[in-house]
Design a protein around this ligand. Sequence first.
Ligand code: FE2
Ligand code: FE2
Length: 260
Amino acid sequence: MLIAQITDTHIMPRGQEWLGDAETNVHRRLERVVIAINNLKPAPDIVVLTGDNIDGTNHSGAYSALKEILSELRTPYYVIPGNHDDREGLRSVFQAQRDSSFVFDHSEARVIGLDSLAPGKDFGFLGNDQLQFLKQSLNERRDVPALLFAHHFPVNVGIEVFNQMTLRNAEDLENIMRFYPHVIGLVCGHFHNQFSTLFAGKPLYISPSCAPNFFFESADAKRASHINLEPPQFSLHKISGFNFWSKVISVVRAERTLVL
Ligand SMILES: [Fe+2]
Ligand SMILES: [Fe+2]
């Protein structure tokens, strides 16, 4: 099974720019990622958007712009929220999904997306509803591997400002991941940087972002110092048996394909 992950798109309403700077160009960055995913061979089975899908205070305008760009995707997609999202806004726009968390079943695996949004906060929290949803989803199907997705990562990442924005109740998630041997790992966003480690004795992968990635001058930085306007990035996850591998794709050029 093949999963494409797009994270931290930070889409603004049309006519507005992320961080107030036209060069961030988040709409165009996502359009290029959509083209690149549509050109993948083999095509992924699903696309998962792991939060900070929008930014700014005009939630409905931003979600409209997001949905319009995603309508070009030729692969079914699922959306979970990050700290910049609005749970009700997301639910109302992506009605086909019906909720801010999801389960996707494939013959080879079950994919579970969790809602770690704590309204008004930059850190994450999995409420009782999410923990129960996760346990139920894991109990329902134990014969195939389960891969979990959430916006907030549950570990420190070596940069102080992001250590303050982790998943607060990491222990609750860790207990569940340790209890169910068929959980093969956890995939997150939020950091605007790639990062890999172990959590609950299993792989934890953090994808770099579609919007520009953050750079920090020191580990104890209180905020990001700058962004580089490098190409938008997304990740591919291949589930093979009870293992998965992940790779980053930088969309250097996606306006057209060169047929060989
Ligand atoms: Fe973000
Ligand atoms: Fe975030």
